[in-house]
Design a protein around this ligand. Structure first.
Ligand SMILES: *[C@@H]1O[C@H](CO)[C@@H](O)[C@H](O)[C@H]1NC(C)=O
Length: 216
């Protein structure tokens, strides 16, 4: 009887492993964003994809305004960064799934988005519709998508201070965020309830470095 109950519990927790929502607020030309995507997100994602519900938000520390129906943007690293963020917003709106989105974003983050040929290369390689990205980025749709990312970013609490910012299940934690920059997989693993994928075996959360504080 007890054994049956234990087996039932194991079965239930095993099948109920909910996905972890991972939101990444980043911007195209930011060194720390590029590093996080290239060294943490991209290499680990295939092994964690089944456990993650990914929310990629390219915008970062940009600002935007809408004057008489037209959007204007100003990005932290200049107009080329705005372009990169728009191309990515347009590509992500094709809803190709998290795995392909990570591939595309990783590809374009490593290249200069100011040269459209790079966007074309990444789109072709990862089977995104380049015609749609082109039309979207040059029209109202691209501006609206980027503005939506902006609204989402501006609603963050606390306000976005570090780019990229990584948020789990819609709740910001400075410790989760800082540890993610060192070992993204370890933090995701710590959030997975129930059966964990193989990559999680022997994963330890990296230490958060504590600063020195004056106590008196
Ligand atoms: C892009 O826009 C042009 C002009 O409106 C249109 O002819 C073309 O079909 C569009 N391409 C795609 C892929 O939507």
């Amino acid at each position: 009887m007890l054994l049956k109950a234990i087996i039932a519990v194991v079965l239930v927790t095993g099948t109920l492993s909910d996905t972890v929502k991972v939101s990444i607020y980043y911007e195209a030309l930011c060194g720390d964003s590029i590093r996080f995507i290239a060294q943490q997100l991209h290499p680990n994602f295939p092994k964690l994809a089944d456990y993650i519900d990914l929310d990629l938000v390219p915008y970062g520390k940009a600002v935007h305004s809408n004057i008489h129906g037209t959007y204007y943007f100003s990005c932290q690293h200049g107009p080329a960064e705005c372009k990169g963020n728009v191309y990515q917003s347009c590509a992500l709106s094709q809803n190709q799934g998290d795995r392909k989105n990570v591939e595309f974003v990783n590809c374009i983050m490593r290249r200069n988005p100011d040269h459209f040929v790079n966007v074309e290369k990444c789109a072709r390689k990862h089977e995104f519709n380049i015609g749609k990205i082109r039309n979207c980025s040059r029209g109202v749709e691209g501006s609206e998508l980027l503005a939506q990312n902006g609204e989402k970013t501006l609603q963050l609490e606390p306000v976005l201070s570090f780019v990229p910012t990584i948020i789990y299940n819609d709740v910001y934690s400075n410790q989760d965020h800082m540890q993610s920059l060192k070992d993204f997989a370890a933090v995701v693993c710590s959030k997975i309830e129930g059966d964990k994928p193989e990559i999680c075996a022997n994963k330890r959360l990296p230490r958060t470095s504590w600063g020195f504080f004056e106590i008196f």
